[in-house]
Design a protein around this ligand. Structure first.
Ligand code: NAD
Length: 473
């Protein structure tokens, strides 16, 4: 009998009101791995009700006690790492070592924000001698967290940890393709002693469960990570409801390599930037801008480096069949636009062997920034290489994008690194390195990449609101 996964509401599993379940595919094999609850308005109502009920219990725990629970949850995640990673791999197909690293990274969110409960604190303001004026930071109430399928556990942890640390309760709606690790996370929260309902998970599609979360009148704020079109829909509903929303959307990030760069480091960073998680990362460095005098050398060394990636071992599949088709569609678009395939541009041989959705890491040269493959987020291991001549050209090409999430600058001239960083219209810049940052570093986008910030102390500002109290003495 096929395994089923239910909502996690009020600290217990709850079957869907409509009795229906959705199949989930393991992208490493193309087979159905489990069925997950198909939630709708009634399920979301029950989940939000449980979270509302839990708010007083959560705030009744002294700040240090709440912090301790978050840290305990991090400990429980590490103790449960094998199970969490296996659940994550079963729905994303990512190799075990990659899934284990994601569990570790996700645990650090609860650890970090556990230590920051009660912070940042309010202030006392010197307004007048006969007035005592102070500010306090208060939670919103129930936060609706909606997450995508590429780094499921990581994105759930990234939003839920600061939301809970700021004193809110959460109703998490993970992607219908990748729900299992989020349910396990909520189960662990209950096991370590979170009040029932403080960490609630409701499952189902975006159009049904997701929309019901955003529309629910007791959801006080939405934290959304996902695509631009869905973000626009959610922001529109939030505008009608006059509630705040954090949008972490897509990207088409530029990695700029100047000819004076340490090319070994730049090439390693470029490869990591577009192949990590098979390119299914919002912050993937998918446009490589290379100064013309080192262009041919960089492309040739890039191709050598990519040849060393073992698809299926070092790099997992695309998460859904639809995404697998979409990336192949972009191969045709690249061809029609006249881009030159330096490597890849094909479905991996490992796909036929395994039945999974594997793509060969792909590099295109001869690309102009106006081409669709340079402007649209492909969300697969596909890199476009664009030559440039001057620093000003590099900045202009990098900024000529609807997105503004991340940029990379590779140069031995640190003064140029800082000058260029200042001109890039993105939320993050990496100079002589490429990564997704740390739990401590605020993360978010400019332009179509979204607004609001996750991670770092900064995220806590987005999960609480200020109340100013004036007392006449
Ligand atoms: P998606 O927008 O299709 O779905 C994301 C989530 O929204 C899912 O849980 C889905 O069920 C839900 N949803 C869909 N329609 C909804 C609606 N009308 N109302 C409420 N919820 C709805 O995105 P995806 O395809 O799952 O993920 C890929 C996208 O996510 C990419 O564009 C990627 O760049 C982006 N992403 C961004 C970040 C970031 O931090 N900026 C991180 C990871 C992924």
């Amino acid at each position: 009998m096929m395994e089923t996964l239910d909502h996690w509401i009020g600290g217990v599993p709850v079957t869907p009101a409509g009795g229906e379940y959705l199949p989930v595919t393991d992208p490493a094999t193309g087979r159905t791995v489990r069925r997950v609850a198909r939630g709708g308005v009634a399920d979301v109502d029950a989940a939000v009700h449980a979270a509302v009920q839990a708010t007083a219990n959560w705030l009744a725990v002294p700040a240090l006690g709440r912090g301790r629970l978050l840290v305990e949850l991090a400990r429980a995640m590490r103790a449960d790492a094998t199970t969490l990673a296996a659940l994550e791999s079963s729905e994303t197909g990512k190799p075990e070592q990659v899934a284990l690293a994601e569990v570790e990274n996700s645990a650090t969110y609860f650890e970090f924000y556990g230590g920051l409960v009660g912070m940042p604190a309010g202030e006392t303001l010197d307004v007048a001698p006969d007035q005592h004026v102070f500010t306090i930071r208060e939670p919103f109430g129930v936060i609706g967290v909606i997450t995508p399928w590429n780094l499921p556990l990581n994105q759930s942890a990234r939003a839920c940890a600061p939301a809970l640390a700021a004193g809110n309760t959460v109703v998490l709606k993970p992607s219908e393709n990748t729900s299992a690790s989020s349910v396990r996370l909520a189960q662990l929260a209950t096991e370590v002693g979170f009040p029932a309902g403080a960490f609630t998970v409701v499952l189902g599609t975006g159009a049904e469960a997701g929309a019901a979360v955003v529309h629910h009148r007791d959801i006080a704020k939405v934290a959304f990570t996902g695509s631009v079109p869905t973000g626009q829909v959610i922001a529109g509903i939030a505008a009608d409801r006059v509630i705040p929303v954090t949008l972490e959307l897509g990207g088409k990030s530029a990695n700029i390599v100047f000819s004076d760069a340490d090319l070994d480091a730049a090439i390693a960073g470029a490869v990591q930037g577009f192949t990590a998680n098979a390119g299914q990362v919002c912050s993937a460095g998918t446009r490589l801008l290379v100064q013309r005098d080192v262009h041919d050398e960089v492309v040739s060394r890039l191709v050598d480096a990519v040849a060393r990636i073992r698809v299926g071992h070092d790099m997992g599949p695309l998460v859904t069949r639809e995404q697998f088709r979409k990336v192949q569609e972009y191969f045709k678009i690249a061809e029609s636009e006249g881009a030159r395939v330096e490597t890849g541009g094909t479905v991996s041989d490992f796909a036929a062997e395994s039945g999974g959705f594997y793509i060969d890491p792909t590099v295109y040269s001869g690309v102009d920034n106006a081409m669709r493959i340079a402007r649209e987020e492909i969300f697969g291991p596909v890199l476009v290489v664009i030559p440039f001549d001057t620093e000003a050209d590099a900045v202009a090409i990098a900024n000529d994008s609807d997105y503004g999430l991340v940029a990379g600058v590779w140069t031995r001239d640190i003064s140029r690194g800082l000058t260029v960083s200042g001109r890039l219209r993105t939320g993050q810049v990496f100079v002589n390195t490429w990564s997704t940052g740390s739990v401590q570093t605020p993360f978010g986008g400019w332009k179509n990449s979204g607004y609001g910030r996750e991670k770092g102390v900064e995220a806590l500002h987005h999960y609480g609101q200020i109340k100013c109290v004036t007392v006449k003495l």
